[in-house]
Design a protein around this ligand. Sequence first.
Ligand code: DX5
Ligand code: ZN
Length: 215
Amino acid sequence: MTAIHPSILSADFANLAGELRRIPSADAVHVDVMDNHFVPNLTLGLPVVKAIRAATDLPLDIHLMIDDADRWAPGYAEAGCESVTFHAEAAARPRQLARTLRSHDAHAAMALKPATALDPYLDVLSELDMLLIMTVEPGFGGQAFMEEMLAKIAQARRAVDDLGGSVAVQVDGGISRDTILRAAEAGADTFVAGSAVFGSEDPDRAVAQLRQLAG
Ligand code: DX5
Ligand code: ZN
């Protein structure tokens, strides 16, 4: 099932509640948490996520680009976020962390930066609800889709299918009307889009268009 998750990184941070009302048909809201250590940018943290939680009924897809994910990720699950993604590079015990997230009734997801191979993490897959293949270097919106990630998306799809297919394959970075079909054909089923949605005059229409193009 194709899912479109608009990233509020490209939304108006002074009017988040209003921005969320512009994407009623989104499958979830993608929230980019950055700590200025794991990535060279700083966005928001748990207090703002709790305010977003109270402002919308849409499911929240939290993308943690922060160090020491083992320590901080569970708090987002406890706050009622439907899905929490930690980076493989920032988790000391990814299998255990995924189990902890699930024990708080959240979906557990793990992200891989472009330079991080999937192979060392294949044993984590069975603990996950979603695997995120980054298609840009994490940290900023509006970057170009990295075509060289298509092979990794395909590898992720094969690995997930080998397990029985219940793990979603998400892509994040540079997803637009020009790139979404290639990512879908490679095997992605869940698409984050920031600038392509909130840079559009009608964000909800952009969501519908992306969903249609993904097939
Ligand atoms: C980047 C973030 C993305 C970002 C994507 O580090 O993880 O979620 O918002 O922005 P676009 O869709 O503009 O590439
Ligand atoms: Zn993201």
